[in-house]
Design a protein around this ligand. Structure first.
Ligand SMILES: [Zn+2]
Length: 171
């Protein structure tokens, strides 16, 4: 037997329809201004999209994989370890930073890397990948083939890591 996702539909007097996942339930907010057959189209389309998202998020089980990297000094130690072994770029500092739209950023000017606070205690594999990614940007700013070749030195399974990161972000 396959469990179907639970769906909650609300009709609102607004132009657009939208949907999100709240505690495993698909919550749809459908425009009441549309004709019934158009409303049904919106429900089907949004449900498909969110079911895909849920399936993707459940591809990996991150339970019990919490890493010991929980503060800035742990993070700097990790970054220096990767850097010493694989890159030897000039790195001034690595810190956790509140940022919602990206997992990591870096400053070429100050040679610092910033990792999203959402990754505090995240599985080591994910932290390793994001820190590696930002370290490589200190040597190669753009996402070209040289960049990915550099990334693969410390992180040969970076493609899988990127997928896992995507799933981690959806959980
Ligand atoms: Zn990048």
């Amino acid at each position: 037997m396959e469990d179907l996702p639970r769906i909650k539909v609300e009709y609102k007097d607004k132009k657009n329809s939208s949907g999100k996942i709240v505690n495993g339930v698909i919550c749809l907010s459908i425009s009441s201004r549309l004709l019934p057959h158009r409303q049904e189209e919106h429900i089907n389309k949004l449900t498909d999209k969110l079911v895909n998202k849920m399936n993707w998020a459940q591809r990996y089980d991150f339970d019990g994989q919490e890493s010991p990297v929980k503060n800035d000094s742990d993070l700097l130690y990790l970054a220096e370890t990767i850097n010493k072994s694989y890159y030897k770029v000039f790195l001034e500092n690595a810190t956790f930073h509140e940022q919602k739209s990206s997992w990591g950023t870096c400053s070429l000017k100050t040679k610092q890397i910033y990792i999203s606070t959402r990754l505090i205690g995240a599985p080591m594999e994910l932290l390793w990948y994001v820190v590696t990614h930002e370290l490589c940007h200190l040597a190669e700013p753009s996402h070209n083939s040289c960049f990915w070749e550099l990334v693969s030195k410390a992180c040969p399974n970076y493609v899988e890591c990127r997928n896992k990161l995507k799933a981690f972000g959806m959980q």
